[in-house]
Design a protein around this ligand. Structure first.
Ligand SMILES: Nc1ncnc2c1ncn2[C@@H]1O[C@H](COP(=O)(O)OP(=O)(O)OP(=O)(O)O)[C@@H](O)[C@H]1O
Ligand SMILES: [Mg+2]
Length: 319
């Protein structure tokens, strides 16, 4: 359904400064499946999402959606595409217009794409959408500030669903919420996926929920994918030192395991994408680095079934 090929997105910060936010990212997502995209803040996840839905032009590579190159669509093809692919945003507080009622927010897509033939039909569809996300018609005339964070995210989901999309980019759809509410929203997204045969790109910096919703997970570091494999495999058998560090950074529910957890694999901070290191981008923070890692950038290589890793030392690591 979606194929992303060597995608690049650079920001011109000043006359001679180029920030390589996304620097050669490739992946694909099959219909009805979820790809999780994870990594620390600033590694380029949102930029990938925004470039895929063409909120940004790409500086290289291509994005194919159902075989069509989306950065080459003309105006009317693009309008059609915006119906098929929707995005749910990070912050449920700023992504809903505070001056509009829920009915107006959810109905906007219906208006733009003329998806009803009468006022009645429009209203009926809005009530149906609210019902699908666990809200009800009493909520339709209220404003976003009258809702909790979780409810606002439900409004955002109803808005995305209004145009019957096939693909949804969920950008940190749950990060701003309490853990118990996160689980509710994840379950809602999983149920909607089954019911409507939706395909998701699920972006998150916290791995704990990603595991439950994703079929596959890609790990990003400083504008590149460093590891990609099936969701279970990633958690049971992480290969890249960065992935290992990310997984160990997730707190354990059991106090005994939590005490024994190694916390120090992710020392230091992500370097600036303005001047990324020449060799492996993770070099400075890696406990397993050798000279070659500083000299030569590792490429993504297949290690086992559907498991890709970009690390020179992958065969000599012992954990
Ligand atoms: N519009 C922009 N102009 C300039 N630089 C940008 C812009 N958007 C993002 N960046 C930079 O690109 C890099 C990637 O940012 P991005 O928002 O994609 O990261 P992210 O992985 O989504 O982070 P987070 O987890 O904090 O949401 C960062 O260094 C960021 O500062
Ligand atoms: Mg982001």
């Amino acid at each position: 359904m979606l194929e992303v090929n060597n995608l690049k997105k650079y920001f011109h910060i000043s006359k001679n400064q180029l920030l390589k936010a996304v620097d050669g990212v490739s992946f694909s997502v099959e219909k009805g499946k979820t790809l999780g995209l994870v990594g620390e803040s600033g590694c380029g996840k949102t930029t990938v999402g925004r470039t895929i839905i063409r909120l940004y032009d790409a500086d290289g590579g291509k994005v194919l959606f159902k075989g069509k190159e989306i950065h080459k669509l003309n105006k009317s093809q693009y309008k059609e595409f915006t119906k098929e692919m929707q995005m749910i945003f990070q912050d449920p507080y700023s992504s809903l217009n505070p001056r509009k009622t829920v009915e107006a927010i959810v109905g906007e897509g219906l208006d733009i794409h003329k998806l009803y033939s009468s006022k009645e039909e429009r209203r009926k569809r809005i009530y149906e959408l609210l019902d699908m996300v666990g809200l009800n018609k009493e909520h339709a005339n209220r404003f976003p500030h009258e809702f909790s964070g979780g409810q606002r995210q439900r409004i955002g989901i109803a808005r995305a669903l209004s145009v019957n999309p096939e693909f949804i980019v969920c950008d940190e759809a749950i990060s701003a919420l309490d853990v118990s509410i996160q689980a509710q929203i994840i379950n809602l997204l999983i149920n909607l996926q089954k019911e409507l045969n939706l395909t998701y790109l699920f972006i998150a910096h916290d791995l704990s929920m990603v595991r439950y919703i994703s079929d596959e997970v890609a790990v990003m570091y400083l504008g590149k994918i460093v590891e990609k494999t099936d969701s279970e495999d990633l958690f049971l058998n992480p290969m890249h030192p960065y992935t290992k560090g990310l997984i160990r950074a997730v707190p354990m529910p059991d106090p005994e395991s939590e005490r024994n957890r190694v916390h120090d694999l992710l020392a230091g901070e992500v370097p600036s994408p303005l001047n990324p290191p020449e060799g492996c981008r993770f070099y400075k923070r890696c406990s397993f680095r050798k000279e070659i890692c500083n000299l030569q950038e590792p490429t993504l290589k297949a290690i086992g079934n559907n498991h890709l890793v970009a690390c020179h030392m992958v065969h000599s690591l012992s954990w």
